[in-house]
Design a protein around this ligand. Sequence first.
Ligand code: BG6
Length: 443
Amino acid sequence: MSNNTLVLFGATGDLAQRKLMPALWHGFLHGRFDDLDIIGIGRKDWGTNGFRAKAKEACRPEDEKQWAGFEQRLEFFQADVENDASFDALCRHLEGRENLLFMLATLPELFPRISERISKIKNVGFQRVMIEKPFGHDLPSAQKLHRLLRKHFGDQVYPIDHYLGKSTVRNIMVLRFSNPVFEPVWNHKYIDNVQIIQSEDQGTSRRIEFYDNTGALRDMVQSHLLQMLARVAMEPPKTWSPASVSRAKANVLKKVRPSEHVVFGQYNGYESEVGHPTDTETFVALKAFVDSPRWKGVPFYLLTGKKLNKRFAEVIITFKPAHYMDQQTLKDTLTITLQPDEKFALTVNLKEIGQTELKSFKMEYCQSCDVQTFAPQNYEILFDEALKGKKTFFASWPEIEACWKFIEAVQSKVSGQKPQPYEPGMSGPQAAGVITEWKDYVG
Ligand code: BG6
């Protein structure tokens, strides 16, 4: 038996199979989870062999010997968390283990019941709990969830935003604060606008019911997009401790304000996927401002949507044009790409040999293109950090609350309006073109 046990609720679900198991396998291959047993919990009658077989399908190992080493750490425990006797049996099964890291990859409605029961398990080491977003569905429910989890686990709660596990997102602060070339120009005097775009070409896949109750604003803006915005817009933290970084992020998130420009969209065909008429948005584009001296008047454009024309995620910082002799320069941009590759690109004005006109040239570093580079997967980083008790790459409750306040403010701008239709495979509703700076926007 290992010293650490990951107890994975929702082990038969989509997230566990698509992302969590591959991340654990990837980490195991690179020596991260040497001392970890993984117990999958689910209602289905998979058994340990079934769980291992599904995990193998999801992880597609190339080396059977290494897989055998990983597989023997996987166990499945069939339990229905809504049934007392079944849950009691699970708790007894976990008793006496040393450190327990719980991952709740289940419907949020089950969080109260699961946390109450698991917090009573008598193990000998720590108990930590990782929860998936959305954290509540509005500010009061998020606050309620926080109170509940704090009651059972104190400060040992790790709210996951998997974008914080992405290497390029983690590098935003590094880029800003460890390179003197950026910080002096990181303000309204030099920056023209900031775009944060997450565009998906896929629909809602197997999560239609969850998605229809959530919508793009809560699913993507409340978490991933605002977390990226916080890293771009935050003031330098006093220290690099997780608490201090989180304070700096929460402080800036409290200052984000939506403008009147908010467009909700819904792709044609969505209602027939849901099976009834619905006003849930599958697309959001908005313009926001950060009310701080640093960002005075600088628009932040946020855009996200499903079934758009391409899959990519980028943060684009566009600088104001300078003057070179008697010419106006082209606007420089710093683009941080999260998807499909992870890369950084800076455009600068230069002249070609023998030419007099300024041209824009791109300098680029692609982190994920070098296949030799060991690129940990998002959830792998997050499991590893939670096992070590480190919170740097998790969302904190003050940040989560500030994000919900922003979401409420956005909702108030569109209340009573129907989302605007758009064709799948296009770049969103026409009206969004007016408020976005997205260079490829075609409507
Ligand atoms: C999830 C959302 O948090 O992030 C999904 O719930 C979305 O709707 C996904 O598709 C996008 O993540 P990634 O890492 O594929 O950009």
